[in-house]
Design a protein around this ligand. Structure first.
Ligand SMILES: NC(=O)C1=CN([C@@H]2O[C@H](COP(=O)(O)OP(=O)(O)OC[C@H]3O[C@@H](n4cnc5c(N)ncnc54)[C@H](OP(=O)(O)O)[C@@H]3O)[C@@H](O)[C@H]2O)C=CC1
Ligand SMILES: O=C1O[C@H](COP(=O)(O)O)[C@@H](O)[C@H](O)[C@H]1O
Length: 482
């Protein structure tokens, strides 16, 4: 792998601590990092190199999946340097440029530069402008941009941001992170379908009655009120993660698996996704907000009582929706999504419910449908629900489960897989602009309806599986949530 500078905007922040440093360490210990690399951490704080290194060390000790090897840790920390920088000050970038070059010379590495924007989206624009004007992005080697979510606040702002970025980076140089695409079981979807002819044969409208994608969380808004109260579940989860999961589940696999082909197939799914008019929103989308309830046997306060939330906030902490993909493979199969905070369990999963064949033999018995359940996180595995006679219960047909689960500890974290791909220059599991733009296009009417408060906001009890209206949405079609 090419030697490079990893220039981290937001090196003193939460994401760097919880995800980026542990991921880099795990890649380092697995010998997946380039032989020579320089990490330059940036932030306004007046830290020394040693302070950054101490923080990196703490972060790795706290959050890494690998036990720490002291010798490896020492070498790892030596790659880190801190450079104080207020990103809003154009004149400060001249020093940064010189510092990055100095490290490149010291380490004798080429000017391959990875810019990682792990800062508030408000700062994306000013950083891009200053990186460009300072000359930092004029390299002989490659330059790449890793950019965190949210990518815009709505369709128009995302287009504006993309226009801005495109003046400095080509699409081939932009790595838009959606960490759900880095989850090992999401990356496994394609293999699961294509290495198993039995699943491949069934993965279409002929056999599937409906597809359900759930991403439920136990946590509430935590310390992110300022951010979350303005975005809600629709922008925080649906526009990106949930629609990416739909694309990954519904795409047809190209003959050759590479970034371009996969992204083309995902784009076709979005092109076929039936758009919602404003009138469709209330019929197909349910928004909810958690009230007080019981979580893990303890009282949990409602959203409006959380610190930093407006008293009369109408923000959605839960969204369920019915979607249709109008192409030859999925026409007539409803896709249901639901995601929310303060729900009963933490689970991200995809469930395919199979159709019941006509003229089946056991019409007198109340049979459960066959299900294929793909657990993405925190459990990782696949379960097939079939029916079988139970000779201990008068030969009654009962559901049985064929099941495999992955050893959780050995699997790399999403950020590890994504950072490795970005360093190798592989964009397969990063969101292409077309996908992001089409996702915003699909979501925009929902945002408009909520902005005007033209749809009901249903309360649900903390610790439940969401509002009753979401159950009604799926019952209308004769199905239930799995
Ligand atoms: N945290 C998470 O779990 C997740 C975060 N994200 C995204 O990652 C990004 C970072 O989030 P997070 O780490 O939580 O944010 P934090 O608020 O924890 O960190 C923000 C970082 O930005 C730096 N910063 C702020 N203003 C300036 C400035 N004017 N000049 C230089 N640096 C500045 C801060 O450094 P200093 O204070 O030293 O100036 C700090 O390092 C956001 O885009 C967020 O949406 C995405 C998914 C999950
Ligand atoms: O991007 C986000 O994702 C997390 C949920 O991620 P997971 O990997 O734990 O499923 C969510 O809590 C957060 O609000 C959102 O910004």
């Amino acid at each position: 792998m090419d030697s490079m500078s990893f220039i981290l905007f937001g090196s003193t922040g939460d994401l760097a601590k919880r995800k980026i440093y542990p991921a880099l360490y795990n890649l380092f210990i697995d010998k997946s990092m380039p032989a020579s690399f320089s990490v330059v951490g940036l932030g306004r704080r007046n830290w020394s190199h040693e302070e950054l290194q101490r923080n990196v060390e703490d972060a790795v000790r706290t959050f890494s999946r690998n036990p720490v090897d002291e010798e490896v840790m020492e070498k790892f920390l030596q790659t880190f340097r801190y450079h104080p920088l207020d990103v809003t000050k154009p004149e400060a970038y001249e020093d940064l440029y010189q510092y990055v070059q100095k490290r490149e010379e010291e380490l004798n590495i080429k000017d391959n530069r990875m810019f990682y924007l792990s800062v508030s989206p408000k700062l994306f624009d000013v950083i891009i402008t200053n990186v460009k004007n300072s000359g930092l992005s004029d390299t002989q080697g490659w330059k790449r941009l890793i950019i965190e979510k949210p990518f815009g606040h709505d369709l128009e702002s995302s287009r504006e941001l993309n226009r801005k970025i495109s003046t400095v980076f080509d699409e081939k140089e932009i790595y838009r992170i959606d960490h759900y695409l880095g989850k090992p079981m999401v990356q496994n979807l394609e293999a699961l379908e294509h290495s198993n002819p039995v699943l491949q044969a069934l993965w279409n409208k002929k056999y599937i009655a409906n597809m359900q994608i759930t991403a439920s969380e136990i946590v509430g808004v935590e310390e992110r009120a300022g951010y979350y109260d303005k975005v809600g579940a629709i922008r925080d989860m649906v526009q990106n993660h949930m629609l990416q999961l739909i694309m990954m589940t519904a795409m047809r696999l190209p003959n050759e698996i590479n970034a371009e082909n996969i992204r083309n197939e995902k784009k076709k799914v979005m092109e076929a996704l039936r758009p919602l008019s404003k009138e469709d929103v209330a019929k197909n989308v349910v928004r909810g907000q958690y009230g007080p309830g019981i979580v893990n046997d303890e009282h949990a306060q409602g959203y409006l009582d959380e610190e930093g939330i407006e008293d009369d906030s109408k923000n959605d902490t839960y969204i369920a929706a019915r979607l249709w993909i109008d192409n030859d493979f999925w026409k007539g199969v409803p896709f249901y999504i639901r995601t929310g905070k303060r729900m009963k369990e933490k689970s991200t999963r995809i469930v395919m419910e199979f159709k019941s064949p006509y003229g089946r033999r056991y019409e007198d018995q109340d049979l459960e449908p066959n299900l294929l359940i793909i657990e993405i996180s925190p459990n990782k595995g696949v379960t097939l629900q079939l029916n079988s006679k139970n000779s201990l219960n008068n030969g009654k047909l009962e559901p049985v489960h064929i099941n495999f689960s992955k050893d959780q500890r050995d699997l790399p974290e999403a950020y590890e897989l994504l950072l490795l791909d970005a360093m190798r220059g592989d964009q397969t599991y990063f969101a292409h602009w077309d996908e992001v733009e089409m996702s915003w296009e699909w979501v925009q009417p929902i945002l408009d309806v909520y902005e005007q408060d033209e749809a009901p906001l249903y309360l649900y009890e903390a610790g439940s599986m969401g509002p009753k209206a979401a159950d009604r949405l799926i019952h209308e079609d004769g199905f239930q949530w799995w």
